[in-house]
Design a protein around this ligand. Structure first.
Ligand code: F6P
Length: 328
């Protein structure tokens, strides 16, 4: 394979996601395989602006494929949103002889990557890493599958209490703008109702539907609520509303929070991360830039970074119907 780049840097940015380590490992080992130099940048764009980077080799990434989090650490950088910040970052890349950057992260990280690429004509490739699965142009993001399994396991446990005490539980899961975690974990854990940001069910329809469930003989209920749901009430207010309008159940609220982001990545996420990491390095070697490496029907694909940042089409219709049918 001919090489258009010689020295690649890799960083993780934004919220950590299980499988990020596996993606870093794949990038570093691809560099080793193709005889490229590889730098690991610490603390995302923050570290890039402060010139925190070390050269990594194949052995630097031993025993990390199974670890959650990111050994390069991550940050949500405010300074990188400024032109001044990006200038510092670009200066450090050039100073270290780096000629291309791999950014593993979500939409905020990709927005920064696109700016860096446009302003300095610097080759950048994004790898989608976020538990939310909210990036346009890829079927899956790294970390999503692991988070889903964590959520399903947690809901299964909560269900034990719900059914032992005839309670109704509202369980908040992550997903500021995307209902993927809520919808899929809700179906997987047999939730009675699922509230997602893409659809406003409305509190009254929720009550109506819960009354129906009660009448049909259900003695407990699980409602999965994505943190970005559009009911206009936070989960505690929603819990109070349900309690006031539904007499049959005792109501409890449970916010799963950051347990969803941690833990050892699933095999699916490890393999996905490995494929995307290799794909990123190979794309850079071919001279591709300003792209995201994604996955579509099991194939590794390239997507223009700008397109990856576009609003994703609402693609939940069929799953919503499955959820409705299977929760009668
Ligand atoms: O983007 C991933 C995510 O986990 C979102 O689902 C959530 O809203 C957010 O990060 C929380 O971010 P932080 O850890 O910075 O509070």
């Amino acid at each position: 394979m001919t090489k258009k780049v010689n020295n690649i840097a890799v960083l993780t940015s934004g919220g950590d996601a299980p499988g990020m380590n596996a993606a870093i490992r794949a990038v570093v080992r691809s560099c080793s395989y193709y005889n490229l130099k590889c730098f690991g940048v610490y603390r995302g764009y923050e570290g890039l602006m402060n010139n925190e980077m070390d050269e990594l080799n194949a052995r630097s990434v031993r025993n990390i494929i199974n670890k959650g989090g990111t050994f390069l650490k991550s940050a949500r950088s405010q300074d990188f949103r400024t032109k001044e910040g990006r200038k510092k970052a670009h200066h450090n890349l050039v100073k270290n002889g780096v000629d291309a950057l791999v950014v593993i992260g979500g939409d905020g990280s990709f927005t920064g990557a696109l700016k860096l690429s446009e302003e300095f004509n610097f080759p950048v490739v994004g790898i989608p890493g976020t538990i939310d699965n909210d990036i346009n142009g890829t079927d899956y993001t790294i970390g999503y599958d692991t988070a889903l399994n964590t959520v399903v396991e947690a809901i299964d446990k909560i269900r034990d209490t719900a059914s032992s005490h005839n309670r109704l539980f509202l369980i908040e899961v992550m997903g500021r703008d995307a209902g993927d975690i809520a919808l899929n974990s809700g179906i997987g854990a047999g939730a009675e109702e699922i509230l997602i940001p893409e659809e406003d069910m409305g509190a009254d329809r929720l009550i109506e539907s819960l009354r129906k469930s009660e009448k049909s003989g259900k003695t407990s209920s699980i409602i999965v609520v994505a943190e970005g749901d559009k009911s206009g009430k936070n989960i505690f207010e929603l819990g109070e509303y349900v309690e006031e309008n539904l007499t049959g159940y005792e109501v409890r609220v449970s916010v799963l929070g950051h347990i969803q982001r941690g833990g050892s990545p699933s095999c699916f996420d490890r393999v996905l991360a490995s494929k995307l990491g290799v794909g990123a390095v190979e794309a850079l070697m071919e001279g591709q830039k300003e792209i995201m490496i994604g996955i579509s029907h099991k194939n590794v694909i390239t997507v223009p970074l700008r397109k990856a940042l576009e609003k994703r089409e609402h693609r939940h219709d069929k799953l919503i119907k499955v959820a409705d049918i299977t929760s009668v």
